[in-house]
Design a protein around this ligand. Structure first.
Ligand code: AMP
Ligand code: GLY
Length: 432
């Protein structure tokens, strides 16, 4: 196989982990990352560049000038805006779905109707554009219709899991009447409340074949024991034992493969990562949502366990040859990632605080650091530059050992106001 140059779109911890793994491939000469971040470009192979990726002709020309043979898109927004369609029109190979495929995440109303059409297990639901009708449904549905979602992309904030019918009706008013999420909230999806453990099941796909990654679990609440407000994710671990091998097989066949086949039947060739957010309920795994991309922070732990060459896997997805490929993972190790956040996160964040202790963590065998909100301060020091600052990932022979190592390493990283969860992976231990 001949190699090439990669363009990565994004700047977070997820993109850092993908660049880190891609840089390991002997087939990758150079990775450009736009906009990237200080942390991402710590190896010579990775260079940050400023591009207006919404300008597809200019970006395509840049890709040709820089001999890019693979564009990888990290976040959902560019995918939902059609970056893959825009670049593919100029013959640039992209790892990620087209705008039509990205609807599976960007349009929950469409996604729920799609799941119903192709019998993908999910919560019962109904969609509304009229607030009075939505509230009537909440008050009369034959199941607890307590989850209210803005149908469009709302930066992970458009979902209310209500404790009562009153709270659910209030959410309808916030989203539909008061336009809290703007046009993303022109339609609401009202869903049955599901109970169980949430597990992220991600898969590579070339539009035909599905290759599953090991299951992971994210921790969304800011505080230990899943308390406090929701965040972009305070940590993750992998593999997650809260879903059985039999249940995973069901997710592969009844959720991921069915979705890829269903998309194909709708005329959509879906290339990239399909992420199924599953709730493992007493009656089996149910789909909470699909994402059209890698998860953050799940990717930061997944990449530390991937054995196969990520570039070759991504190229196989783009070329439609995934079936011929055996994607392998380190099944002897577990990985735990702990996010260190800045003071005030998730409500506010503090910038410019000098970060210390990183070199100690990086020199420990089995540890990796991925940056999400880090910049360069005076004298070349690294300083905080966002809510979630970085993630320390540890690998070990057991989940318990990895969790202990990652938590101990997080304690070594210091800046004023730093905070992190000390219980990442705890649900795996309490439920085992
Ligand atoms: P979504 O973006 O649709 O995944 O929703 C965000 C979060 O809300 C999920 O990760 C769950 O924690 C929660 N959630 C979504 N739908 C449901 C549901 N039907 N029952 C319980 N919790 C849910
Ligand atoms: N970890 C949740 C997400 O990436 O959407």
């Amino acid at each position: 196989m001949s190699g090439g140059n990669v363009l990565m779109i994004g700047s977070g911890g997820r993109e850092h982990a993908l660049c880190w793994k891609l840089a390991d491939s002997p087939f990758v000469q150079k990775i450009y990352c736009t906009p990237g971040s200080v942390g991402i470009s710590t190896t010579d192979k990775v260079e940050c560049v400023e591009l207006d990726v919404k300008d597809y002709p200019a970006t395509a020309k840049w890709c040709k000038d820089h001999e890019i043979d693979l564009v990888v898109i990290g976040p959902e927004d560019p995918l939902a805006n059609g970056v893959v369609d825009g670049l593919a029109a100029f013959g640039i190979p992209c790892f990620g779905p087209t705008k039509a495929g990205a609807q599976i995440e960007a349009n929950k109303d469409w996604s729920k109707a799609f799941m119903a059409k192709y019998q993908i297990p999910t919560a019962r639901y109904k969609s509304f554009t009229d607030a009075a009708a939505a509230k009537e449904f909440i008050n009369t549905a034959p199941f607890p219709a307590l989850v209210v979602k803005a149908s469009g992309l709302a930066a992970g904030k458009g979902v209310v899991v209500a404790a009562s019918k009153e709270e659910a009706c209030q959410a309808v008013d916030d989203i539909l009447t008061d336009s809290k999420y703007g046009s993303a909230g022109e339609t609401v999806v009202i869903e049955e409340l599901l109970e169980g453990d949430e597990v992220s099941v991600l898969a590579f796909t070339d539009g035909e074949t599905v290759s599953m990654m090991p299951p992971a679990q994210d921790h969304k609440r800011v505080g230990d024991g899943d308390t406090g407000p929701n965040t972009g994710g305070m940590g993750a671990y992998c593999p997650c034992p809260l879903i059985t091998p039999d249940q995973l097989l069901d997710v592969k066949e009844q959720v991921l493969q069915r979705a890829v086949d269903g998309l194909k039947a709708e005329g959509i060739k879906y290339v990239g990562v399909l992420y199924a957010g599953m709730m493992v309920t007493k009656s089996g795994p149910m789909t909470l949502e699909f994402n059209c991309r890698f998860g953050d922070p799940e990717t930061q732990v997944l990449m530390t366990l991937m054995e196969s060459d990520l570039y070759k896997v991504m190229k196989a997805c783009v070329n439609g040859t995934l079936k011929q490929m055996q994607v392998t993972w380190n099944t002897k190790l577990s990985a735990v990632g702990v996010v260190i956040a800045s003071k005030g996160y998730p409500e506010t964040s503090t910038k410019g605080c000098v970060i210390s202790g990183l070199s100690q963590v990086q020199s420990t065998p089995g540890m990796v650091v991925f940056h999400s909100g880090v910049s360069r301060g005076a004298n070349g020091t690294l300083v905080t530059w966002g809510g979630r600052v970085l993630l320390v990932a540890a690998r070990a022979g057991s989940l318990r050992a990895a969790a202990a190592a990652a938590t101990a390493a997080a304690a070594l990283v210091d800046f004023p106001g730093a905070h992190y969860r000390k219980d990442i992976a705890y649900r795996a231990f309490t439920n085992m």
